[in-house]
Ligand binder design. Sequence first.
Ligand code: NDP
Ligand code: 1BO
Length: 322
Amino acid sequence: MAQATFTAEDQKIESFRLLSGHKIPAIGLGTWRSGSQADNSVKTAIVEGGYRHIDTAWEYGVQESVGRGVKAAIHAGVERRDLFITSKLWCTELSPERVRPALLNTLQELQLEYLDLFLIHWPFRLADGASRPPKPGDVQEMDMEGVWREMERLVEDKLVRDIGVCNFTLKKMNKLLGFAETMPSVCQMEMHPGWRNDKMLEACKQNGIHVTAYSPLGSQEGGRDLIHDETVDRIAKKLNKTPGQVLVKWAIQRGTSVIPKSNNPDRIKENIKVFGWELPQEDFQALCNIPDQKRVLHGEQLFVNKNAGPLRSVADVWDHED
Ligand code: NDP
Ligand code: 1BO
């Protein structure tokens, strides 16, 4: 259930309660492809935009810059305990003995003592130096139970407050729930009106697992341009909001937190001005009815080797559930 808190700027920011009892702010700043501007974007988001949630990953190559941005925000007076910082365990580190060193490296890059949320980035183990697309042998068996046990130990040792997964299927989630002693608090998945993924959202809700929607605007280069979608544009004009705000609000009204990425200070501040108003039901529904449902982030380049497998198609990546 969403709850509201107020930032220093008196902007009402909603949050969702996780299974652990901790709260996740409804909006976070994405940092994939933020590059060397990540520090400025993170500082602007926190200090000027009122963001309290930052999403990053080792794979993005920006953790040191994100860490500088967080440090600058703390220097400007924001308390660490009021921030929610997420990072992710990359595929090359998906073996039990590599989990803790990877987390410690992430903490060092971010200059933090703990993470609020640590996620398995994708449920496939990659060999060190794996190519894109993968060569034979690059995609390897993952010991999901062994990796999860190590994630659980990070919670016990207070190095991370919550753990979770990304890019899972129903099949993989059921497998994880079969042995998890600490439940995944969060499942981070691609979700926007062009790829609703209702099945996964419902399954997570039934298990009390919170969903964070990634690529809420349709992602970046090579993505789906939802900002210029005619339904989104019509609703934005009608409500006197921007297309970005309509897309962010749609995600929150579905009960998901949402992590739009921007390096542009005006858009960073625009994307979080989504509280104190609602999408009327008819507009929410029109967004749900946008046709041509398909993923942008299907994982083909990362994981599919058509000749050697083990994942020979995008359908294999998603356990033939789409
Ligand atoms: P988004 O859907 O957030 O879209 C980002 C793009 O939209 C950028 O090109 C940005 O440009 C532009 N943009 C931002 N705000 C606006 C606006 N108001 N109006 C018009 N354009 C806008 O893409 P991402 O794929 O980056 O997803 C968001 C975040 O989700 C990632 O950054 C990452 O943190 C996370 N993620 C997680 C994944 C996972 O596997 N767990 C996979 C993919 C993403 P500009 O910067 O110039 O504003
Ligand atoms: C390759 C990483 C996709 C964005 O999380």
